[in-house]
Design a protein around this ligand. Structure first.
Ligand SMILES: Cc1cc2nc3c(=O)[nH]c(=O)nc-3n(C[C@H](O)[C@H](O)[C@H](O)COP(=O)(O)OP(=O)(O)OC[C@H]3O[C@@H](n4cnc5c(N)ncnc54)[C@H](O)[C@@H]3O)c2cc1C
Length: 326
């Protein structure tokens, strides 16, 4: 780790003030809990001229419930999400994912917004300055080539946040506030399949609210991940499952993956299971579909083939568990 570099620190109290500061300050970045940002600053990966600390913006700290659903402020901590009884009961996978992030200390500082806007990760990127320099850096940061796929022109750094896949299966939306105003978009729209630039939001836009719709509440959902250290680690592969059954048959099945692609990914073509019973052969087919759509690359110390198999196995297990629960 490097020493903490010099930068200006701004502590706005209003959303609009934060957005204005970000737009008017060259080289400024948002920081929420700082559990990822500060590590990246001390590794020299991020070199902000200024940080805009969101911790004093009250509007971002609230969870509001109304007829439309639950509206979780971006600076609500993962610990609060884990312990919220409404989220536990009605959006279970989201509470499970928040509880699976890092360890308890990170959860008490780390926020929903920081988790959804987490930078992508790679073995060749999340390293100290001297380590990256000795490798001539990489395409994602100051270098020219991707060490994962040296012949290619793409960066394969993996999105490794735990909360996004669980919010995706609940059809979540987010509010974004930028210099051009406020907009509400489906969560799936803020991600793209590009490890260098995976967030499809405008420069300086602030994510302010995660909306979990009422229509999705109460359907069983679950999240599980594989990681090197069970007590504190990013997912090597993670899957979130949402299942609606009627009379023992699937009405709708949703599965989303994390850590096996540069973006949190909804598994496609699951509508083929609508109207069917989830027997062993259907569950095997689900595992195969998940494995074939997951594209882990050599971005962790653990081999891609293992992560692909594991993510299929997790999705199969969670789907079986949810199908038996009803
Ligand atoms: C040892 C260790 C283990 C970890 N394990 C996990 C893990 O298992 N799973 C996991 O998901 N994460 C893990 N993390 C990463 C991190 O702790 C969490 O992702 C956390 O939720 C990040 O939230 P934060 O508030 O600390 O974000 P910050 O570090 O403050 O910010 C993260 C990024 O989000 C941006 N940002 C923050 N808030 C907003 C906003 N409202 N709008 C727009 N952009 C915003 C920041 O500019 C920054 O780019 C780990 C970190 C460490 C150090």
């Amino acid at each position: 780790m490097e020493l903490m570099p010099n930068f200006d620190l701004h502590r706005p109290t209003e959303v609009e003030e934060a957005v204005k500061l970000r737009a008017e300050t060259d080289g400024a970045l948002y920081v929420a809990g700082g559990t990822d940002m500060i590590v990246n600053v001390r590794r020299g990966i991020e070199q902000p001229a200024a940080l805009i600390d969101l911790s004093s913006v009250q509007e971002l700290q609230e969870i509001v419930e109304d007829n439309e659903g639950l509206h979780i402020g971006a600076s609500v901590t993962l610990q609060t999400v884990t312990n919220d009884r409404r989220i536990q009961a009605e959006y279970t996978g989201v509470a499970e994912a928040a509880a699976a992030v890092a360890g308890p200390t990170h959860q008490s500082y780390g926020t929903v917004g920081g988790n959804l806007c987490l930078d992508t990760r790679c073995l060749f990127y999340n390293q100290s300055e001297w380590w990256r320099k000795s490798n001539d850096y990489c395409m994602k940061e100051r270098g020219d080539i991707c060490h994962v796929a040296p012949g290619g022109k793409r960066c394969f750094a993996a999105f490794s946040g735990d909360v996004a896949p669980t919010a995706l299966i609940h059809n979540a939306e987010v509010d974004l506030v930028g210099p051009n105003g406020r907009r509400r978009v489906p969560l799936t729209d803020i991600y793209r399949n590009d490890g260098m630039n995976h967030l499809a939001i405008e420069p300086g836009e602030l994510l302010t609210v995660l909306h979990l719709p009422k229509t999705e509440a109460g359907q069983p959902s679950a999240y599980e991940k594989a990681r090197v250290r069970g007590s504190i680690d990013f997912p090597l592969a993670g899957a979130a499952v949402w299942l609606k059954q009627v009379d023992g048959k699937v009405e709708e099945l949703r599965i989303a993956l994390t850590a096996v692609n540069p973006y949190p990914q909804l598994v496609k073509k699951l509508d083929k299971f609508s109207g069917t019973k989830l027997d062993d052969s259907a569950l095997d087919e689900i595992a195969e579909m998940v494995q074939s759509q997951a594209k882990p690359m050599r971005t962790t110390t653990v081999k891609p083939w293992y992560r692909r198999r594991v993510v299929g196995a997790i999705a199969r297990r969670l789907t079986a568990k949810l199908s038996e629960a009803r």
